[in-house]
Every structure is written in C-alpha cells, then in structure tokens.
Design a protein around this ligand. Structure first.
Ligand code: NAG
Ligand code: NAG
Ligand code: NAG
Ligand code: NAG
Ligand code: NAG
Ligand code: NAG
Length: 541
C-alpha cells in the first residue's frame, strides 16, 4: 500500500500537474528579489520606496525552503524569471520582473540556468510544486519621460517580438472596465510603456505557447500564474492555458462575480478570487459581515468551480492587511479565512510576519529583514492551518471539492463550514478585534448531537447538544476552528502525533495498527486521552 502511494507520489511529480493535483496544496508567493539572498544576509538594506534591486536570488530561495516548508506550504510561486529592462527610472528598476524584454534569456540578477534548475529540483525533492509567474500580455521599455510612446519605442530590441507588427498600435487604456479598451491598449505609463502584444495573431500565439511549453519542460514547472490576464485577448487566454497543459491561474482583477464566473466558464479555469477578497476586506477591516456572507453564496451559485480559484488576502499589487489594521487578531481572522475557504490558498511572502506595507512599492519588503522568524504568531498559525488542511486531505481529497457555506452571521461574527458532512471544518471568525472581551456565540447546526469536537487553535473540546448546537467561547476577537475529535489522530495538532492514517482506520478507531489491539482496552484508552489532555494543557501554557 505505502509502496503504491510512493509510486503515485512519484508519478504526480513527473507528469503535468492538473487542477485536481493543485486543489489540496497551499502556495507561498515569493518575489525573488525580495525573498532571500545568496549570502543568506538578514541585514542587507532594502528600500521599498526606491524600487531598486535588493539582491534576492533563486539560490537564496533554495536556502530558505525550510522556512517556507515549516509553515506547511507545498508549493511556491516565484516572480517572473525572464530577462527584463536593465535601466532605471525615477521610481526604480525591474526588480519585480514585470518589465520583460527577452523571453529567451533569464533575468541574470536572480541567478543562472543552473540555479533555477536547482531550485526546481530542491522543491520537487521536498514534494513541493513550482509555480511560475508569467507575463504574456506585454513587453516593456524605458523611453525619455514626456516623449511619445507611439513613436519612441524601439521594437528591434525585443526577443522574439522584434518588430512592431507583433504589437497592437499604441494607445493608453482610458476605461479599465471596457474590456476591448483594456485588451487592445496599454497598462504602462509614459516612462515605461508596456507595448501590448498582438495576442490575437497566430504568430504571436505560437511564439508565446512554444516559449511557455519550453520553460515548463526545462524547469519542470507545475503551474503558471498569468499576470494581467484581464488584458490578454480572452480567446487566446483559453488557447494558451489549454495548450500548455499545466494548471494556470490568471489575474483577472475584477470584483464582479459575473465577470469571474463568465471567465471561468469560457476562458480560464482558475483566477485569484478577487470578488471574495474585496468583501473579505469589508468584513475584517470595516466590520461589514453581511457583504462577505452574501458574496460566499453568490460565488458558489455563479461559478462552475469555486474550488479551482485561488484564495488570497495579500499580494504584491494590494496593500497588506497590516497596513489597514495593526491588530494581529485581524490578521489572524483573515488568515484562517484565506486558508480554510474554497480554492487554492496563496499566501504572499511577509504576511506571516505581519508586515505593514501599503500600496506598491511599499508592500514589497525584503523578507530577510524579518530574520525569517519562525516563532512569529502568524507563522505558527499558518503552520497549524496547513497541518489541518493536509490532514483533512489525507482523509479524503473530496473535501476540496465541497463549497463553503455560511453557517452563522451575526453583527460581528461569521461562521463557515466546508467539507463532507461529518468531517467538515467549521471556522468561527470575529471582526471585533483584540480589544473586545469574552462572550459566547450559540452556533446551531454545527455537528451531529454528541459528536465530540476539537477547537484546534486552542485545543479545547466541545460537544454539541441534542440539537447539534454548540456555544462557542469567544475572546479578544480570536478566531476558532473546529474539527471532530474522532478524526484528530495523525493530524500533528493538539498533541496528536503526525502519522499516516486513513479515513477507514479513524472511522473504526483503529489507526495505530499493531498497538491498536492493546490500545482498545478501556484502561489504555483512558490513559491515552489523559496523556493527550496533559499535552494540550502544556501546549496552552
Ligand atoms: C507517510 O507515507 C509516506 C508515503 O508512504 C512516507 O513518505 C512518509 O514518510 C509517511 N509519513 C509518516 C509520518 O509516517
Ligand atoms: C547560506 O545557507 C546555505 C543553506 O543553509 C548554506 O549552505 C550556505 O553555505 C550559506 N551561505 C553563506 C554564504 O553563508
Ligand atoms: C514625467 O514628466 C511629467 C511631466 O513633465 C512629470 O509630471 C512626471 O512626474 C514625470 N514622471 C517621472 C516618472 O519622472
Ligand atoms: C470600448 O473601447 C473600445 C476601444 O477603445 C471603443 O472602440 C469602444 O467604443 C468602447 N466601448 C464603450 C462601450 O465605451
Ligand atoms: C454591507 O455590505 C452590504 C453588501 O455589499 C451592503 O448592502 C451594506 O450596505 C453594507 N453595510 C454597511 C453598514 O456598509
Ligand atoms: C499602526 O501603528 C503605527 C505606529 O503606531 C501607526 O503609524 C499606523 O498609523 C497604524 N496603522 C493603522 C492602520 O492604524
């Protein structure tokens, strides 16, 4: 059995990763220049305001994989790898990777071909996936400020798009809500115009698809993020994602449920879940719980598969949660929601350290300055939540196909349930903040009457009454996460050892093969629960 599992594991790493392969995973998003340096420095200065290269590399990322894996992530998304503009404008350089010039060369600031191969190997050796952020909408060039991009851009320097015929004629986007305008015109400014690729043209399409296939093969890439997907011809988006044969998620930066569901039905199966993101901010930074509860239901109704979307709460384009609220408990509620809600969670580097950068470029802090603190409260919280996700997956990946539903909405609390009936995860979130005191919330419709359940963040047990209702003890705005005690074994949470267990074993209460015979005697069971209880007490202390 375990040989078979190992074999399956091997197969899934060597063949192209599908949406189903990605669903149980959790992704950590790095910006290579700002994540880790080859010299492992934790003091090298980096001014976000200046926007210059700060020295992060793929080699540096390899050196910090323990830090990422320690939070339980099993995939990493790296910023774009290809050669970018070499120069500098008043607001900085191409450290972010979104100013591409040459598809056929790597960005040498991040390392060599061998470094990138080694990063890919190092991730795969840990059973982790590699996702690559990818720009297919445009190239980039610096022109003298104030000159006319329509005349000034020198197309001959682009590789392979070395001619203006590969591009749409110059125009600046005027109406970002008009998709024709957004797709035919440019997103750049007058200093760094971003010549817009003529992605309707078969020659451009072939070059982009061939390049992507080659990069995926060369570096064994398991998935792509497609930058500015909203600005790429939608039909090409469909062709591109179908042809490259790995999971891709495309940035369609839109809050409207109808737009995202329409894209999912017709053009691309996965996108960052921006509609939920905006309402999540409403809930946790502005205290409007009804907006999020409504949006959860609306997305579920409209989308063909909410679980194929990417769940996030911070990224390199949006102000961090810490810039909107200094309260760590706000950050905690947001993280619980992000990691346990529908879809593939993607956590942006630094969220685990409660960084406070607001709009770009301030949200692109060098992570090494936090000294990769694995003791930070949010780092530890993420580790727990990823443990839970992994354990839940071990008992059945069907969990990741279940849509979340709202089970409670009060003036300041929200509770969501996700999973197969009987082994659902329920999260109770609060928007009250750490200043609030202790109070109880009655949650009817939790688990079946008499099912013992564990609140996994504090390791406290609850038992639903005869109507399946529990009284949740809230305090200081802290989130609560519930899971049946019956299925705790093997989870690595609340004193339970990490172990390979199956649903069948836990259902029958015989997880520990040989010793289970002995363990089933009432005395040893009682002793075992006493030990667990003691461990839990120690953990709380
Ligand atoms: C679980 O099983 C896998 C595959 O057989 C193995 O690699 C891993 O070490 C096991 N984990 C534990 C904690 O026993
Ligand atoms: C950086 O860390 C890696 C991995 O821990 C180590 O192998 C390497 O020698 C370190 N490099 C320097 C310059 O300290
Ligand atoms: C470009 O020139 C305009 C007009 O002279 C000025 O307002 C703007 O700040 C300049 N932008 C940069 C990035 O230098
Ligand atoms: C949308 O933009 C296109 C191209 O810029 C333009 O021709 C069209 O009139 C716009 N549509 C609307 C409804 O404004
Ligand atoms: C909360 O959000 C809902 C849904 O978007 C909206 O109708 C309502 O007006 C908002 N309430 C407040 C107090 O802003
Ligand atoms: C967080 O605290 C800092 C330092 O006291 C303050 O400057 C900042 O305005 C606060 N941010 C918010 C969102 O309250």
């Amino acid at each position: 059995m375990s040989f078979l599992l190992a074999l399956l594991g091997l197969v899934s790493l060597t063949s192209a990763a599908s949406t189903a392969d990605w669903k149980p995973r959790a992704v950590y998003q790095t910006m290579t220049d700002r994540f880790a340096r080859t010299d492992n420095s934790t003091t090298s200065p980096c001014s976000t305001k200046d926007g210059l290269y700060c020295g992060g590399t793929w080699r540096g990322t390899i050196n910090q994989l323990d830090y990422i894996e320690g939070m339980g992530f099993d995939a990493v998304m790296i910023s774009p790898i290809i050669d970018n503009i070499k120069g500098r404008v008043s607001y900085g350089e191409a450290y972010h990777g979104y100013w591409p010039v040459n598809l056929n060369a790597l960005n040498a600031r991040f390392g060599t071909h061998q470094d990138l191969l080694d990063l890919s190997d190092a991730l795969h050796a840990r059973g982790m996936y590699l996702m690559m952020d990818t720009v297919i909408n445009n190239m980039a060039q610096i022109i003298p400020n104030g000159t006319d991009p329509a005349k000034e851009v020198d197309y001959s320097v682009f590789d392979p798009f070395n001619n203006k015929d590969y591009f749409h004629p110059y125009c600046k986007i005027k109406d970002w809500n008009n998709f024709t305008d957004a797709q035919l015109c440019q997103t750049g400014d007058l200093n760094v115009p971003l010549p817009d690729l003529y992605t309707e043209h078969p020659d451009v399409q072939k070059l982009l698809i061939d390049w992507a296939k080659d990069a995926i093969k060369t570096y064994s890439i398991d998935g792509l993020r497609i930058d500015a997907a909203k600005h790429v011809d939608a039909n090409f988006l469909k062709t591109f994602t179908n042809d490259i044969g790995v999971f891709s998620t495309g940035e369609v930066l839109e809050g409207a449920v109808s737009i995202i569901s329409d894209y999912q039905a017709h053009y691309i199966g996965s996108m960052p879940n921006y509609p939920i993101y905006f309402q999540m901010l409403q809930a946790f930074t502005m205290g409007n719980t009804s907006a999020l509860a409504l949006e959860v239901e609306a997305m579920k109704q409209a989308c063909t598969d909410v679980n194929a979307l990417v769940s996030f709460s911070e990224n390199h384009d949006k102000p961090r949660i810490g810039s909107m609220s200094n309260d760590t408990v706000t950050a905690k509620n947001v993280l619980v929601f992000t990691l346990l809600f529908d879809g593939i969670p993607m956590i942006y580097q630094g969220q685990e350290q409660h960084l406070k950068g607001a709009d770009p470029p301030y949200d692109r802090e060098a992570i090494w300055l936090t000294k990769y603190n694995t003791e930070s409260e949010l780092y530890q919280l993420i580790a727990k939540l990823n443990k839970l996700r992994k354990h839940v997956n071990a008992l059945g990946s069907d969990y990741f196909d279940q849509p979340t539903h709202t089970v409670y909405q009060g003036a300041s609390e929200l509770a969501f349930s996700k999973g197969v009936e009987g082994r659902q995860v329920i999260m109770m979130l609060s928007t009250q903040g750490s200043e609030s005191g202790a109070y109880n919330v009655a949650l009817s419709n939790s688990y079946n009457a008499g099912t013992e359940i564990m609140e996994i963040l504090n390791c406290e047990k609850y038992t639903p009454d005869e109507f399946g209702s529990i009284t949740v003890a809230m305090n200081k705005g802290e989130p609560r996460v519930f899971w049946p005690v019956k299925y705790m074994e093997g989870s690595g949470l609340c004193g339970y050892e990490i172990k390979n267990v199956t649903l069948a074993q836990l259902k029958n209460g015989v997880a520990s093969s040989a010793s289970s015979v002995i363990a089933s005697s009432p005395l040893t069971t009682a002793l075992a629960s006493l030990c667990l209880a003691l461990t839990s007490i120690v953990m709380i202390l």
